[in-house]
Design a protein around this ligand. Structure first.
Ligand code: ITT
Length: 201
Protein backbone atom coordinates (compact mmCIF):
# COMPACT_ATOMS: atom_id res chain seq x y z
CA UNK A 1 0.00 0.00 0.00
CA UNK A 2 1.37 3.41 -0.94
CA UNK A 3 1.05 6.02 1.74
CA UNK A 4 -0.55 8.64 -0.45
CA UNK A 5 -3.80 10.53 -0.27
CA UNK A 6 -5.68 11.15 -3.48
CA UNK A 7 -7.69 14.29 -4.24
CA UNK A 8 -11.37 13.82 -3.49
CA UNK A 9 -10.75 10.92 -1.11
CA UNK A 10 -12.82 10.65 2.08
CA UNK A 11 -10.96 11.61 5.23
CA UNK A 12 -12.26 11.80 8.79
CA UNK A 13 -11.19 14.90 10.72
CA UNK A 14 -10.79 13.20 14.10
CA UNK A 15 -11.34 16.21 16.34
CA UNK A 16 -14.17 17.29 18.61
CA UNK A 17 -12.78 20.84 18.89
CA UNK A 18 -14.77 23.14 16.54
CA UNK A 19 -11.94 25.73 16.40
CA UNK A 20 -9.47 23.11 15.21
CA UNK A 21 -11.99 21.51 12.85
CA UNK A 22 -12.42 24.87 11.09
CA UNK A 23 -8.66 25.34 10.71
CA UNK A 24 -8.12 21.79 9.48
CA UNK A 25 -10.91 22.20 6.91
CA UNK A 26 -9.28 25.42 5.67
CA UNK A 27 -5.90 23.66 5.39
CA UNK A 28 -7.42 20.71 3.55
CA UNK A 29 -8.97 23.36 1.27
CA UNK A 30 -11.29 21.35 -0.90
CA UNK A 31 -8.84 18.52 -1.61
CA UNK A 32 -10.83 15.86 0.21
CA UNK A 33 -14.30 14.91 1.25
CA UNK A 34 -13.93 15.80 4.92
CA UNK A 35 -16.11 13.88 7.37
CA UNK A 36 -16.37 15.34 10.89
CA UNK A 37 -15.82 12.95 13.82
CA UNK A 38 -18.68 14.61 15.72
CA UNK A 39 -21.13 14.21 12.84
CA UNK A 40 -20.15 10.53 12.53
CA UNK A 41 -20.87 10.10 16.24
CA UNK A 42 -17.33 8.92 17.00
CA UNK A 43 -16.52 8.99 20.74
CA UNK A 44 -13.49 10.92 22.03
CA UNK A 45 -10.68 8.59 23.14
CA UNK A 46 -8.77 9.16 26.38
CA UNK A 47 -5.49 10.90 25.59
CA UNK A 48 -3.22 8.58 27.52
CA UNK A 49 0.10 9.19 25.74
CA UNK A 50 2.81 11.50 27.04
CA UNK A 51 3.70 13.34 23.81
CA UNK A 52 1.82 15.37 21.19
CA UNK A 53 2.81 12.85 18.53
CA UNK A 54 1.70 9.90 20.65
CA UNK A 55 -1.71 11.42 21.32
CA UNK A 56 -2.20 12.46 17.68
CA UNK A 57 -1.49 8.89 16.58
CA UNK A 58 -3.80 7.47 19.25
CA UNK A 59 -6.66 9.75 18.10
CA UNK A 60 -6.09 9.06 14.39
CA UNK A 61 -5.97 5.27 14.88
CA UNK A 62 -9.05 5.32 17.10
CA UNK A 63 -11.07 7.26 14.49
CA UNK A 64 -9.77 5.15 11.58
CA UNK A 65 -10.60 1.87 13.28
CA UNK A 66 -14.10 3.00 14.31
CA UNK A 67 -15.03 4.67 11.02
CA UNK A 68 -13.22 2.39 8.58
CA UNK A 69 -11.91 5.51 6.80
CA UNK A 70 -8.51 7.21 6.63
CA UNK A 71 -8.45 9.65 9.56
CA UNK A 72 -6.53 12.80 10.39
CA UNK A 73 -6.02 13.84 14.02
CA UNK A 74 -4.39 16.86 15.61
CA UNK A 75 -2.84 16.98 19.06
CA UNK A 76 -1.64 20.40 20.01
CA UNK A 77 -1.00 22.78 22.84
CA UNK A 78 0.80 25.78 24.20
CA UNK A 79 4.06 25.53 26.13
CA UNK A 80 5.36 28.32 28.35
CA UNK A 81 9.10 28.64 28.92
CA UNK A 82 8.72 30.05 32.46
CA UNK A 83 6.50 27.07 33.34
CA UNK A 84 8.97 24.48 32.06
CA UNK A 85 6.75 23.76 29.04
CA UNK A 86 3.37 23.62 30.83
CA UNK A 87 0.52 23.36 30.02
CA UNK A 88 1.85 21.51 26.92
CA UNK A 89 -0.06 18.29 26.28
CA UNK A 90 -2.40 19.30 29.12
CA UNK A 91 -3.50 22.54 27.36
CA UNK A 92 -7.10 21.42 26.88
CA UNK A 93 -7.28 19.97 30.40
CA UNK A 94 -6.22 23.29 32.01
CA UNK A 95 -9.54 24.69 30.75
CA UNK A 96 -11.47 22.06 32.75
CA UNK A 97 -14.55 20.13 31.66
CA UNK A 98 -16.34 23.41 30.81
CA UNK A 99 -13.52 24.23 28.34
CA UNK A 100 -13.20 27.65 29.95
CA UNK A 101 -10.19 29.22 28.24
CA UNK A 102 -10.64 32.60 29.95
CA UNK A 103 -9.96 30.67 33.17
CA UNK A 104 -7.09 28.73 31.60
CA UNK A 105 -5.43 31.93 30.37
CA UNK A 106 -5.80 33.48 33.85
CA UNK A 107 -4.18 30.36 35.28
CA UNK A 108 -1.23 30.76 32.90
CA UNK A 109 -0.83 34.40 33.99
CA UNK A 110 -1.02 33.47 37.70
CA UNK A 111 1.43 30.58 37.41
CA UNK A 112 3.96 32.80 35.60
CA UNK A 113 3.55 35.50 38.27
CA UNK A 114 4.22 32.87 40.96
CA UNK A 115 7.55 31.94 39.37
CA UNK A 116 8.72 35.58 39.46
CA UNK A 117 10.16 35.06 35.98
CA UNK A 118 10.22 37.92 33.47
CA UNK A 119 10.35 35.43 30.61
CA UNK A 120 7.11 35.61 28.58
CA UNK A 121 8.23 33.38 25.71
CA UNK A 122 6.00 30.49 24.68
CA UNK A 123 5.33 28.23 21.74
CA UNK A 124 2.55 26.26 20.19
CA UNK A 125 3.09 22.69 19.00
CA UNK A 126 0.87 20.76 16.62
CA UNK A 127 1.25 17.06 15.85
CA UNK A 128 -0.80 15.81 12.92
CA UNK A 129 -1.33 12.10 12.38
CA UNK A 130 -2.98 10.29 9.49
CA UNK A 131 -3.95 6.66 10.03
CA UNK A 132 -5.38 4.02 7.74
CA UNK A 133 -8.07 1.72 9.18
CA UNK A 134 -7.77 -1.85 10.44
CA UNK A 135 -4.34 -1.54 11.98
CA UNK A 136 -3.01 -0.01 8.76
CA UNK A 137 -0.05 2.32 8.52
CA UNK A 138 0.13 5.80 10.02
CA UNK A 139 2.21 8.92 9.57
CA UNK A 140 2.84 11.62 12.15
CA UNK A 141 4.51 15.04 11.79
CA UNK A 142 4.98 18.00 14.12
CA UNK A 143 5.18 21.79 13.72
CA UNK A 144 5.87 24.68 16.11
CA UNK A 145 5.46 28.43 16.21
CA UNK A 146 7.34 30.56 18.75
CA UNK A 147 6.19 33.84 20.25
CA UNK A 148 5.46 35.92 23.35
CA UNK A 149 2.57 35.95 25.80
CA UNK A 150 0.58 39.14 26.41
CA UNK A 151 -1.74 39.92 29.31
CA UNK A 152 -4.53 40.91 29.32
CA UNK A 153 -5.80 38.74 26.47
CA UNK A 154 -6.35 40.46 23.12
CA UNK A 155 -8.93 39.70 20.41
CA UNK A 156 -11.81 37.32 20.07
CA UNK A 157 -10.88 35.43 16.91
CA UNK A 158 -9.36 31.96 16.86
CA UNK A 159 -9.81 29.64 19.84
CA UNK A 160 -8.15 28.35 22.99
CA UNK A 161 -5.08 30.37 24.02
CA UNK A 162 -4.97 32.50 20.83
CA UNK A 163 -5.77 35.82 22.59
CA UNK A 164 -2.59 35.73 24.74
CA UNK A 165 -0.13 34.55 22.05
CA UNK A 166 1.74 36.97 19.77
CA UNK A 167 3.83 35.09 17.19
CA UNK A 168 7.45 36.21 16.74
CA UNK A 169 7.86 39.15 14.33
CA UNK A 170 4.21 40.25 14.68
CA UNK A 171 2.29 42.78 16.80
CA UNK A 172 -1.13 41.17 16.81
CA UNK A 173 -2.10 38.17 18.87
CA UNK A 174 -3.53 35.10 17.13
CA UNK A 175 -6.84 36.23 18.66
CA UNK A 176 -6.64 39.55 16.75
CA UNK A 177 -5.53 38.16 13.39
CA UNK A 178 -7.81 37.20 10.55
CA UNK A 179 -8.05 33.39 10.32
CA UNK A 180 -6.16 33.32 7.01
CA UNK A 181 -3.23 35.21 8.56
CA UNK A 182 -2.97 32.77 11.46
CA UNK A 183 -3.39 29.83 9.06
CA UNK A 184 -0.40 31.04 7.04
CA UNK A 185 2.04 30.84 9.97
CA UNK A 186 0.61 28.67 12.74
CA UNK A 187 2.05 25.48 14.24
CA UNK A 188 -0.83 23.71 12.45
CA UNK A 189 0.24 25.22 9.09
CA UNK A 190 3.88 24.20 9.66
CA UNK A 191 2.84 20.64 10.50
CA UNK A 192 0.47 20.59 7.55
CA UNK A 193 3.25 21.52 5.10
CA UNK A 194 5.22 18.52 6.35
CA UNK A 195 2.20 16.28 6.00
CA UNK A 196 1.60 17.48 2.44
CA UNK A 197 5.17 16.69 1.53
CA UNK A 198 4.82 13.21 3.03
CA UNK A 199 1.37 12.19 1.84
CA UNK A 200 -0.29 14.23 -0.85
CA UNK A 201 0.02 13.55 -4.53
P1 ITT B 1 -9.53 17.04 20.08
O1 ITT B 1 -8.67 16.16 20.93
O2 ITT B 1 -10.93 16.51 19.91
O3 ITT B 1 -8.91 17.39 18.76
P2 ITT B 1 -8.92 19.04 22.07
O4 ITT B 1 -9.29 20.49 22.22
O5 ITT B 1 -9.11 18.15 23.27
O6 ITT B 1 -9.73 18.46 20.81
P3 ITT B 1 -6.07 18.73 22.30
O7 ITT B 1 -6.12 17.66 23.30
O8 ITT B 1 -5.06 18.61 21.20
O9 ITT B 1 -7.45 18.92 21.56
O10 ITT B 1 -5.88 20.09 23.05
C1 ITT B 1 -5.26 21.14 22.45
C2 ITT B 1 -5.57 22.41 23.22
O11 ITT B 1 -4.47 23.31 22.99
C3 ITT B 1 -6.78 23.10 22.64
O12 ITT B 1 -7.95 22.79 23.37
C4 ITT B 1 -6.41 24.56 22.74
O13 ITT B 1 -6.75 25.06 23.97
C5 ITT B 1 -4.90 24.58 22.65
N1 ITT B 1 -4.54 24.91 21.28
C6 ITT B 1 -4.10 24.07 20.32
N2 ITT B 1 -3.93 24.72 19.16
C7 ITT B 1 -4.28 25.98 19.40
C8 ITT B 1 -4.34 27.13 18.61
O14 ITT B 1 -4.05 27.10 17.31
N3 ITT B 1 -4.72 28.26 19.17
C9 ITT B 1 -5.05 28.31 20.47
N4 ITT B 1 -5.05 27.29 21.28
C10 ITT B 1 -4.66 26.12 20.75
Amino acid sequence: MTLKLINGQKIVAATHNPGKAKELAALLDGRFEVLAAGALGLPEPDETETTFEGNALLKARHAADLSGEVSLADDSGMSVTALDGAPGIYSARWAGPAKDFAMAMDKVAERIEETGSEDRSAWFTCALAVAWPNGGPAVVVQGEVHGTLVFPARGDKGFGYDPIFVPGGHDQSFGEMEPAQKDAMSHRAVAFEKLKAALFE
